[in-house]
Design a binder for this molecule. Structure first.
Ligand SMILES: *Cc1c(COP(=O)(O)O)cnc(C)c1O
Length: 398
C-alpha cells in the first residue's frame, strides 16, 4: 500500500487525538527510515527519543530471534523470567539503585512513583506532591495531573488532589511550597516536552536538600533524558546527586514498550506484595531488548556526549545564521532544541520534504533527539537540511 492509502485507512479508523504527518514508515537501517512510497529520511526523532540503537541493529535482532525460538513472549509476574531479571540487575548496577519495578510506558513508570510517594507519605500523615510548570510526565490521570501545563488538563477536570506546582529553576518558588506535608517532589532534570529546558545545578541540589529536610521523596522523571541521552548513563549523573526514585521508559525497551521505576535507598521496600502490578511488566520480548540497550549503554552515552556536543555547535551555528527565525539553542548530549520565532511545524514539514525527520517540543521549539548512534556525518547532513529549510522560509517571508 502507498503512504496515501495507509494514511486514508488510518484517518477512517483512528480516534482523532493525534495530528499525524501523512507518511507511513515501512523499514529502517541505521539512521535512515524508508516510507511506504520508498522515500528515505535521516531520522533525528528516533520514535520520540526511543530508538537509541537506530534501525536493524544486529544485537537486537539476535535477542528477539532467540526469544521467538523459545516460544514464550510473556510470562506474567506470577513467575520470573531470565531477561527481566537480568535487565533489573543491570539497571541497579548502572544507576546505583536498589530495586526495580517494570511496566510498559513512561506514564506507568510515573504512576508507580506517585503511588510509592503516597504510600511513603501515608505512614507519615502527608500526601502533597510538588511538580513544576512546563513539565511533562504522561497522560494517565496521575501523570497528567503532575504535568504542569494547562493544555493537558483542559476538559479533564477534576485532577488528582494534593498536587502543587513550582517554577522550574526557581528554588524560592519550591521553598514556598515545601513543608512537612510534602510527600514527594517530581521533576525532569532536563525538561523535554516543555521545550528542552535543562535544570540549573543549584536548583537540583536545592531540591535534594528540601526533600531531605522534609523527609520527602525526590523523583526524577528521566523517561526521555535518561539512558545515555544526555551523554551520561543517566541525567542525574550530570548533577552529582541521586534521586530517591528514578523513572525510565522511552529508550529502555529498544523500541518495544517498557518502563521502569527504580528505588534508591530511601525508597526501598515501600511496595509490599499486592500494592502495585502490571500484567505485561518485565515482558520477555521487551526485556530481551532492554538487556541489549543496557549492555551497550556506556558506549551509547559516550557517543551522545562527544557527538552530542558537536550537534550543539552545529545548532548554535544555525541560530546565528538565521537570527530572524531562531532565538537560541539549548540542551545536553543528544537532547537538544532550537527556540524558534515561527511555528516548528513549518520547519518540520520543509525538513521532511528534504529527507530529514525532526519534531517539536512545546509550541516554539524544534527538537533534535536522534538515535544515540548518530555520527558527525549524520549531524552535518541534518544541519545542512535544517539550514536550507530555514533559508527557504526566510525567503518566503521576504
Ligand atoms: C514521553 C514522556 C513521558 C510519558 O511516556 P509515555 O510512554 O508516553 O507514557 C513521561 N515523562 C517524560 C519526561 C516523557 O518525555
Amino acid at each position: 500500500m502507498s503512504n496515501q492509502e495507509i494514511v486514508a485507512l488510518g484517518k477512517e479508523n483512528y480516534m482523532s487525538n493525534y495530528s499525524q504527518f501523512p507518511v507511513a514508515i515501512k523499514s529502517g537501517k541505521g539512521m535512515v527510515l524508508t516510507d511506504e512510497d520508498g522515500k528515505e529520511y535521516l531520522d533525528f526523532v528516533a520514535g520520540i527519543a526511543v530508538n537509541a540503537l537506530g534501525y536493524g541493529d544486529e544485537d537486537e535482532k539476535k535477542a528477539l530471534l532467540s526469544v521467538m525460538e523459545s516460544g514464550v513472549f510473556h510470562t506474567s509476574n506470577l513467575y520470573y523470567n531470565s531477561h527481566a531479571v537480568h535487565a533489573a540487575a543491570m539497571l541497579n548496577k548502572l544507576a546505583g539503585s536498589e530495586e526495580v519495578f517494570f511496566c510498559n510506558s513512561g506514564a506507568e513508570a510515573n504512576e508507580a512513583a506517585l503511588k510509592m510517594a503516597r504510600k511513603y507519605g501515608s505512614s507519615k500523615g502527608k500526601s502533597v506532591i510538588i511538580s513544576f510548570h512546563h513539565s511533562f510526565h504522561g497522560r494517565t490521570y496521575g501523570a497528567v495531573t503532575v504535568t504542569g501545563q494547562d493544555k493537558y488538563h483542559k476538559g479533564f477536570a477534576p485532577m488528582l488532589p494534593d498536587v502543587v506546582y513550582g517554577e522550574y529553576n526557581d528554588l524560592d518558588s519550591v521553598k514556598a511550597l515545601a513543608d512537612e506535608h510534602t510527600a514527594a517532589i517530581i521533576v525532569e532534570p532536563l525538561q523535554g516536552e516543555g521545550g528542552i529546558i535543562p535544570a540549573d545545578p543549584e536548583f537540583i541540589k536545592g531540591l535534594r536538600e528540601l526533600a531531605d529536610r522534609f523527609d520527602a521523596l525526590l523523583i526524577f522523571d528521566e523517561v526521555q533524558c535518561g539512558l545515555g541521552r544526555t551523554g551520561k548513563l543517566f541525567c542525574f549523573q550530570n548533577y552529582g546527586i541521586e534521586p530517591d526514585i528514578l523513572t525510565l521508559a522511552k529508550a529502555l525497551g529498544g523500541g518495544l514498550p517498557m518502563g521502569a521505576a527504580l528505588a534508591f535507598k530511601r525508597a526501598k521496600g515501600i511496595f509490599s506484595p499486592g500494592d502495585h502490578a502490571a500484567t505485561f511488566g518485565g515482558n520477555v520480548a521487551s526485556a530481551s531488548l532492554a538487556e541489549v540497550v543496557l549492555s551497550r549503554l556506556p558506549e551509547l552515552a559516550e557517543n551522545a556526549s562527544v557527538n552530542g556536543a558537536y550537534l550543539g555547535t552545529k545548532l548554535d551555528e544555525i541560530v546565528s545564521k538565521h537570527p530572524s527565525l531562531c532565538l537560541s539553542s539549548r540542551g545536553m548530549g543528544f537532547m537538544r532544541g532550537i527556540e524558534l520565532e515561527i511555528a516548528p511545524r513549518d520547519v518540520i514539514a520543509k525538513c521532511m520534504e528534504k529527507g530529514l525527520l525532526v519534531c517539536s517540543a512545546g509550541y516554539t521549539v524544534l527538537r533534535f533527539v536522534p538515535p544515540l548512534i548518530a555520527q558527525k556525518a549524520d549531524i552535518d547532513k541534518a544541519a545542512a537540511i535544517v539550514d536550507e529549510a530555514l533559508s527557504e522560509l526566510e525567503n518566503q517571508a521576504n
